[in-house]
Design a protein around this ligand. Structure first.
Ligand SMILES: Cc1cc2nc3c(=O)[nH]c(=O)nc-3n(C[C@H](O)[C@H](O)[C@H](O)COP(=O)(O)OP(=O)(O)OC[C@H]3O[C@@H](n4cnc5c(N)ncnc54)[C@H](O)[C@@H]3O)c2cc1C
Length: 204
């Protein structure tokens, strides 16, 4: 069996292991952390910020409140309609998500856009607020090296238990943790452990 649930799900104890996981793995689980990277997505009737579809457009925003939507991306060409994505992450995102509902976060995001635009902006047609941290299937965005952990903790999480329970997923990839390629890397590693040649996999 290969366990591929996210680190946050393992940390939350959502899976029961019998016998319990070895101390080494539990120690690593206690030290590794899931970070937060969250988004507010806003769709507008028209692109008030500039003509859409003319290539990539993004803004870095440094507001008075540290970490308040520091990165904003125009995804209009991909979305097929005037759409902005405002990203926030780290401690501020965690705190804000805990105390602010979706409508308030959307209002915060609109205020930032007004400041950037230098005046009133139209109301969005639709919005979406991500909350990976409270999603029971992820419990965070992706792993990061937390204070007090060692890089070996990624290896401890990756170690098989009794050659019967294997572990994969981005948080088990010491070289590429936190990324899609980390997840793929771990899948190839565990496939090889089972004697499967992963060299034919897409992108390998
Ligand atoms: C906002 C954001 C932006 C990102 N940007 C990038 C980027 O630009 N580049 C990049 O490389 N990576 C990025 N990542 C990280 C990337 O998405 C992850 O590293 C990658 O998806 C991890 O893959 P995984 O297979 O380890 O875990 P996941 O893709 O999370 O897969 C785990 C699976 O386990 C399932 N699961 C959970 N709990 C249970 C359970 N109890 N029982 C059964 N199944 C369960 C889940 O539903 C899910 O399908 C980003 C992540 C976020 C959140």
């Amino acid at each position: 069996m290969i366990v591929t649930v996210p680190l946050g799900v393992l940390k939350a104890g959502a899976l029961a292991f019998s016998p319990p996981l070895p101390v080494d793995k539990l120690t690593a689980l206690g030290r590794l952390e899931m970070g937060s990277l969250e988004k507010v997505v806003l769709r507008f009737e028209s692109a008030f910020w500039s003509a859409a579809g003319e290539g990539d457009l993004a803004w870095l925003y440094l507001g008075e409140a540290r970490g308040e939507f520091p990165f904003i991306v125009d995804i209009t060409p991909d979305a097929g309609a005037p759409t902005l994505v405002l990203l926030h992450g780290g401690a501020r995102a965690r705190e804000q998500l805990d105390v602010r509902d979706d409508d308030t976060l959307v209002a915060d995001a609109l205020l930032v856009l007004e400041r950037l635009h230098g005046g009133p902006i139209p109301a969005p047609l639709a919005s979406h607020v991500t909350r990976w941290r409270s999603d029971p299937w992820s419990r965070g965005s992706y792993s990061f090296p937390a204070l007090g952990q060692s890089m070996e903790d990624f290896d401890r999480l990756a170690a098989p238990v009794g050659d019967r329970v294997l572990f994969a997923g981005e948080a088990t990839s010491r070289p590429y943790f936190g990324t899609v390629h980390g997840a793929v890397h771990s899948a190839i590693r565990e496939a090889a452990r089972l004697g499967v040649d992963g060299s034919g996999l897409p992108g390998v």
